[in-house]
Ligand binder design. Structure first.
Ligand code: HEC
Length: 236
């Protein structure tokens, strides 16, 4: 009788699907136990006890099954429709491997979704792979990739418009290189023309020697210097 008590207790905590099976098992074992005079302390029905049939996974269904008369827990993949069941976490996903994506590639890092590309080499020449899509290669990544006076915005070089320059640094540069000797202190023009509002592109061109400049070049002038000057000259 001891065996039967254990079984009915277990049955109460067992998913309904498995109950009938366990019931059968218990019945069989119970009879055995009873007839064997309590040699065993209980029946083997508790394997499925902690198995939650509703674990929230989209595509695996938990159930109790009996193999060779012993109840065991099994995870059964159920239909994911057009998708595929990911056995790792029981979620319905687009793909598990590239073969599931045609055309395309399976991005495991992106949550097992099909994407156009994973690597730049999977895109046409002149394109790069960004967020799983082939896009035209960016003109620039940082401002330094662009011409003087231009800044890099969303992968494209656009006219700076005063952004990226530090007016205080520009003023210091203007003083250190004695620009005021010809353009006067407020850059409004003297021997040299009024250069208030000059663009970074123009400034870089004359100071780097790309365009002739009576005032000469400044050794080691950088695009950032030109942007700084643009910011200061534009503020006058
Ligand atoms: C020796 C005099 C002299 C000095 C010093 C000088 N410039 Fe000039 N700058 C000129 C003259 C003159 C022009 C007009 C173009 C020409 O003849 O080269 C000019 C033109 C420019 C222009 C182009 C303006 C335009 O609209 O064409 C910029 C920008 C400029 N200078 C910036 C500077 C800066 C910045 C400095 C300091 C690093 C400087 N210049 C120092 C004489 C000078």
């Amino acid at each position: 009788m001891l065996g039967l008590n254990v079984c009915s207790d277990t049955t109460l905590r067992t998913p309904a699907r498995a109950m009938s099976r366990l019931g059968r098992l218990c019945g069989v074992f119970g009879v055995l136990l009873f007839s064997w005079g309590g040699f065993f302390a209980g029946c083997q029905t508790s394997v499925c006890d902690s198995f939650d049939p509703d674990d929230g996974n989209a595509c695996t269904e938990d159930s109790c099954d009996d193999v060779d008369g012993v109840a065991t827990a099994v995870n059964t993949p159920v239909d994911c429709g057009d998708q595929t069941c990911n056995p790792a976490d029981g979620a319905c996903v687009d793909c598990l491997a590239d073969a599931d994506c045609d055309p395309g590639f399976c991005s495991e890092a992106g949550g097992n979704v099909c994407v156009e590309c994973l690597l730049d080499v999977q895109c046409a020449v002149g394109q790069v792979c960004e967020n799983g899509q082939c896009v035209d290669e960016s003109e620039c990544a940082v401002d330094e990739d662009c011409a003087a006076g231009e800044v890099c915005t969303n992968g494209e070089c656009v006219t700076g418009g005063g952004t990226g320059g530090d007016a205080a640094a520009g003023e210091a540069f203007y003083a250190a290189n004695n620009c005021a000797a010809c353009h006067v202190a407020d850059a409004s023009g003297g021997f040299g023309p009024n250069i208030q509002g000059a663009s970074a592109e123009e400034i870089f061109a004359v100071l780097s020697g790309a365009e002739p400049h009576t005032g000469g070049t400044v050794d080691g002038v950088t695009e950032q210097d030109a942007l700084d000057l643009e910011a200061w000259l534009g503020s006058l």
